[in-house]
Design a protein around this ligand. Sequence first.
Ligand code: HEM
Length: 119
Amino acid sequence: MIHGHVTAWALALILFFVALSLHKSGKTKGFKVIQMILRVLYLLIIASGVGLLFMVYKIDIWYILKAVTGLWIIGLFEMILSRIANNRRTSVFWIQFIVAWLLVLYLGFDKLPMSILNP
Ligand code: HEM
């Protein structure tokens, strides 16, 4: 479950940057295809995240914060791509993107116990 979760968000992060570069080079069709694939990945990230939550004995505030931050990142992926597609400003969302990623990596890898890094 945790491997599926990490694979899903890592792939989403890569495809997010692929979508940005496709947009930069004017490939609108390719951009739209990646955006669709990303939406499927969002569902997989959420499903695997909820699956992980079911494995937790006692869901505390850190788990809630982790889940909320994860959803926040998904919202930002979607927000940044849709605003870029409409040629609107994204700077405010990029600041949030960095903050949310720092928080999610800290919570996921450092604060909370389950990890792909554990033997
Ligand atoms: C793009 C969005 C997300 C990112 C980048 C992300 C990132 C991470 C990371 C880095 C870990 C730790 C992996 C490890 O230590 O091997 C993790 C674990 C976890 N994630 Fe997410 N996540 C996201 C979305 C979500 C969502 C939406 C939920 C819940 C609905 C969720 C729930 C969890 C849970 C319960 C764990 C296990 C925590 C533990 O006990 O260590 N995640 N996630």
